[in-house]
Design a protein around this ligand. Structure first.
Ligand code: URA
Length: 328
């Protein structure tokens, strides 16, 4: 077996062992591991990732498209780019220079290998540890978008907030996580996903062999909804343009939508349905594969769902590797 293939296999096994630990498996009988990992025992069927059983989702919105499993690049969507069309000057800037993720990819791949090679990673107590680009080539910075938001009063969430939570991470991130809206800790600090759900998200990112600062993390709405309720339609409408612009600047290889409301906002279809139905497959967000998965706050309440979430993250990792191979 070629060394590179062997290293990949070792990485996969390490990830899978973490997954088993998170799923509550405390030991494997000697001699059983091979059969379990190969999935050829009755016991193994329990431990194997669930086979995708859901039928393909039926969607009417033209903005929502499944990413084809193989073959051609996804067809660009003609979604709302109103925010990007704000001024002729902005449009000129947005369409001027193509942007490269090369440096970041190299860095991420190196870090990924280094992280996975470090033994303490394997001892963590929890698992959680391409397309044609229809997004306009953008060179408007994230700072420029933050400046446009200013001391925002565009919707009623402004009355309750302490801080606007814009988002943080690498502007060249290959992977972006999008949540629903800030919670109490995020509102207090101005940083996304720093509360309990954020700590679980950190573990998910680490289990993927990445560092928090290598990815980008943001929300659909930038101000905390009272009592952490789901953002209302007018609030999403007032804020989502900034999210689309953030994604246009970052141009990630993959997006993870945390929860149904993040998926619905990104795919611009309020009738998308529940996350259990949506998760486990890629959708097309303006040419970028988007994976909906359970929100970490939900995983804290329903830990049995972590296993499915990890299956989703494995697909995300595979998609990242695929895109790296296609465009290193
Ligand atoms: N939940 C979210 O959706 N976003 C955060 O930033 C924190 C919790």
């Amino acid at each position: 077996m070629p060394e590179a293939e062997f290293r990949l296999l070792v990485k996969e096994v390490a990830n899978y062992v973490r997954f088993l630990a998170e799923a509550g498996v405390t030991f494997l009988e000697v001699g059983q591991e091979d059969r379990v990992l190969a999935g050829d025992t009755a016991d193994a069927s329990e431990l194997q990732p669930p086979a995708p059983t859901q039928p393909p989702a039926q969607h009417t919105s033209k903005a929502v498209r499944r990413v084809p499993e193989t073959g051609a690049n996804p067809v660009p969507t003609d979604g709302d780019e109103q925010a990007l069309r704000a001024t002729p000057e902005k449009q000129r800037l947005l369409h001027s220079q193509p942007k490269s993720n090369d440096e970041n990819l190299t860095r991420s791949a190196t870090t990924c290998n280094q992280t996975l090679a470090r033994e303490p990673q394997f001892r963590q107590d929890s698992l959680f540890g391409e397309a044609a680009a229809p997004l306009p080539a953008a060179d408007v910075s994230l700072e420029a978008i933050r400046n446009d938001i200013g001391d925002c009063r565009r919707c009623k969430l402004a009355h309750h907030r302490t801080h606007i939570v814009f988002g943080e991470g690498s502007p060249q991130a290959r992977l972006v996580f999008v949540g629903e809206g800030p919670g109490a800790e995020e509102d207090a600090t101005g940083r996304p996903f720093v509360g309990r759900a954020g700590q679980l998200l950190d573990k998910i990112i680490a289990a993927m062999g990445l560092k928090r600062e290598e990815v980008y993390i943001c929300n659909v709405v930038k101000c905390r909804p009272p009592e952490n309720r789901t953002p209302e339609r007018d609030e999403v409408a007032a804020c989502a343009g900034f999210l689309h612009r953030q994604l246009a600047v970052i141009r990630p290889r993959v997006i993870v939508a945390l929860g149904a409301s993040a998926a619905a906002a990104l795919l611009e279809d309020p009738k998308l349905g529940g996350i259990s139905k949506l998760r486990g497959r890629f959708y097309d967000y303006r040419g970028i594969p988007l994976m909906p998965t359970f929100h970490p706050a939900y995983l804290l309440r329903s830990p049995d769902k972590k296993r499915e979430a990890w299956e989703d993250m494995k697909q995300v990792m595979a998609k990242l590797r695929e895109s790296e191979r296609a465009a290193p």
